[in-house]
Write a protein that binds this ligand. Structure first.
Ligand SMILES: [Zn+2]
Length: 284
């Protein structure tokens, strides 16, 4: 037996564990428990009560206390197993009252230690499963297409009222950003990849809807004239297609309404395009 093996066995010696819990058996009780196969917390926990101790006692008498096994034992062995009181006649072997109580106490302690162990194990499992869950959601699948392919296709198929040519944007695959060449003042728009590997071009789509929609817009992305009256707005829109209006037509109150409407519309639609694309397949 090498040293590691030795340390390993010592570490798992149930009697050392029990000694830490103030259960100190006399040597011959340890020898008996080991000889009868009670070498771990689980079996010792099953002794439970006085009748369990009676069973042990009976086993000692029958198995070791008489017959060939007893005859073959040296005096030293008999003393080690049965203790000074029964070494000479082990057929009548019995545990001393204190030994009985200690065995029962050891059984209860073993049960408690096992329960503690189970609870710790359960806590670790729960903690690990939480870790696994959070790691899984963080994993980003690689998109099947590059951003250029994805966005060109998106632009070609979009049902949003956007009037924009793909050549008017510049895509950086490394940084995952899109620049609008028509709006030099606008900062690059960041593209995200969600956990399913879908591109999220929400920021840039919002820009397209605001500044490059099919409806005429002024340089601030505002509709040239607005009204809360839908019919009126529609009539105006139709009229505007032939003669694009200027900002001078917009009164202060109308302009404020226009801002509010515009913000509302872009916010409500902001997540639509990417999620819609995602559901049809991650590469689109
Ligand atoms: Zn632009």
């Amino acid at each position: 037996m090498d040293n590691t093996e030795k340390t390993d066995r010592v570490k798992h010696d149930v009697f050392e564990v029990l000694e830490n819990e103030e259960i100190h058996f006399q040597n011959h009780v340890k020898v008996i428990l080991k000889a009868l196969g009670f070498e771990c917390l689980r079996t010792i926990a099953m002794i439970t009560d006085s009748s369990g101790v009676d069973e042990l006692q009976e086993s000692v008498r029958k198995t070791f206390g008489k017959g060939k096994l007893y005859e073959r034992m040296t005096e030293k062995d008999r003393l080690a197993m049965f203790g000074p009181c029964f070494a000479e006649d082990a057929s009548e072997f019995q545990f001393m009252p204190g030994e009985r109580k200690l065995i029962i106490a050891a059984s209860h302690v073993s049960k408690e230690l096992l329960q503690q162990k189970e609870q710790t194990k359960l806590k670790i499992q729960q903690k690990n499963s939480r870790l696994v869950t959070s790691t899984t959601t963080q994993i980003v699948n690689k998109p099947k297409k590059n951003l250029v392919q994805y966005f060109a296709q998106w632009l070609a198929n979009t049902k949003h009222p956007i009037d924009y040519q793909f050549i008017n944007c510049k895509i950086n695959e490394e940084n995952l950003t899109i620049i609008c060449k028509l709006c030099p003042a606008a900062k690059p728009f960041t593209v995200y990849i969600d956990s399913k590997g879908c591109y999220k071009v929400t920021n840039f789509v919002a820009h397209l809807k605001k500044f490059h929609g099919k409806e005429p817009r002024d340089t601030n992305g505002r509709p040239p004239s607005t009204s809360l009256n839908v019919a009126q707005t529609l009539a105006q829109t139709l009229a505007q297609t032939s003669s694009p209006p200027t900002r001078r037509n917009v009164s202060g109150a109308q302009k404020r309404q226009a801002d509010t409407q515009d913000d509302r519309s872009s916010n409500s639609e902001i997540s639509e395009p990417s999620s819609k694309r995602c559901s049809t397949g991650r590469e689109v």
